[in-house]
Write a protein that binds this ligand. Structure first.
Ligand SMILES: *Cc1c(COP(=O)(O)O)cnc(C)c1O
Length: 392
């Protein structure tokens, strides 16, 4: 282990992926807007094309704003190398396509992000890749879902809608025994909250759109690879021409600088609010793996190094009109299909509508909350008034 590796995450996010000496001493890598790169001689041009000189041949690959983000994330998560793409969904789909071929089977957690499922069912199927879904809580029992042609086991832990914490080390051990790769959507955990490679993951993807960007103003995806998968992902990334832009990588890098301190605050406020919600008569269950006593807490405690502000709440039975009245009147928790920004969000969610391998059974309506960086006392007042509207 190098000295670098022993630094605390707060220090790492401040210093990784920055080379001021290469940019007039500027603290942050500037936005490089470039398509054409010029060379002074045929010898230089041809050397660059052979990959011999360090520089860049064309703006689609290798601009410093992009490579600095890639290097920072790879190092932070303990991977070999990373590639940046224009969205989290693009990171997922590119990673899946890069490591599969016709005749393979992909095993996907039933708790997976909806658009990931859509891609698997529509596009992988079209390319002759079999897809099936497994119980997110299967653990080592996943062995019975594996087929001789299983190439990828896809995990998302916790599921970003229903928050099942998966036994990733047990799943990885079973997958590796059969020669399959483990591909993880690690958006909830971030590199700070879940050290995916140390837990057996081969490829980790992030919607940097969420906490890494952190300000609800950028779409960005990152694919972090181990040594074996990097050449495959690099080739498809190059062949498809899907690099993220320098502008977006600049914003993702800027977000990364405050990731540790933001996550600490998101987590602390979310725990306080989850605890408060749990004591309310209108609430049947709070599902927040970081909360002692919640479903998934034991595995979270064993495998995670942090959490965030996103969790679920099962209400006691209530009519839809009352739930709608609760949400429509919120002053601080706004409704929107995302999370990871500085602002609080709330949505009604219906996990039962998208499952195929397992059943989601909740006695009452289900809400997903994203606890932002506002003061938790104000957020609690907002929810308190909302629960008043829920009661009618
Ligand atoms: C939002 C999200 C994505 C997709 O990210 P985009 O940048 O919106 O494409 C992928 N996985 C999870 C878990 C997400 O929440």
């Amino acid at each position: 282990m190098s000295e670098e590796r022993e630094r605390k995450p707060d220090t790492e996010v401040a210093h990784l992926g920055r080379n001021p000496r290469r940019h007039l001493g500027a603290v942050n890598t500037p936005v490089y807007r470039a398509s054409t790169i010029l060379f002074d001689s045929v010898a230089e041009l041809e050397a660059a094309a052979r990959g011999e000189s360090p520089g860049v041949t064309y703006g689609l690959h290798g601009l410093p704003t992009v490579t600095d983000l890639q290097e920072a994330i790879a190092e932070l998560e303990g991977g070999h190398a990373a590639l940046a793409v224009p969205s989290g969904l693009a990171a997922i789909t590119l990673a899946l396509l890069a490591v599969t071929r016709a005749g393979d089977h992909v095993l996907v957690t039933d708790s997976v992000y909806g658009p990931t499922r859509r891609f698997c069912d529509h596009e992988l199927a079209r390319f002759g890749i079999e897809v099936s879904y497994y119980d997110p809580l299967a653990g080592e029992a996943i062995e019975s879902d594996m087929r001789t042609n299983t190439r990828v086991v896809f995990v998302e832990s916790p599921g970003s809608l229903s928050f099942e914490v998966q036994d990733v080390p047990a799943i990885a051990a079973a997958a590796h025994r059969q020669g399959a790769l483990v591909l993880m959507d690690n958006t909830w955990g971030t590199p700070l909250g879940f050290p995916s490679f140390a837990r057996g993951v081969d490829l980790s993807v992030h919607a940097a759109t969420k906490y890494i960007g952190g300000h609800s103003d950028v779409l960005n995806g990152l694919i972090v690879c181990n040594e074996a998968t990097y050449p495959l992902v690099w080739r498809l990334w190059t062949d498809m021409g899907v690099s993220a832009s320098s502008d977006d990588c600049f914003l993702a890098l800027r977000g990364l600088r405050t990731l540790a301190v933001r996550l600490q605050r998101h987590t602390r406020s979310a725990l306080a609010i989850a605890q408060w919600l749990r004591g309310r008569a209108e609430v049947d269950e709070v599902i927040f793996p970081a909360l002692p006593g919640s479903r998934g807490h034991a595995l979270w405690k064993r495998d995670f190094t942090g959490a965030c502000g996103l969790f679920g709440v099962i209400l006691t039975p209530a009519e839809k009109a009352r739930v709608d009245a609760m949400l429509d009147g919120m002053r601080l928790f706004k409704m929107g299909w995302s999370w990871g920004g500085f602002e609080s969000l709330i949505i009604p969610a219906y996990p039962e509508r998208i499952r195929t391998a397992t059943r989601w059974s909740a006695g009452g309506p289900y809400l997903r909350l994203h606890v932002g960086l506002e003061h938790p006392d104000d957020l609690i007042s907002d929810i308190d008034e909302g629960l008043g509207r829920l009661r009618g």
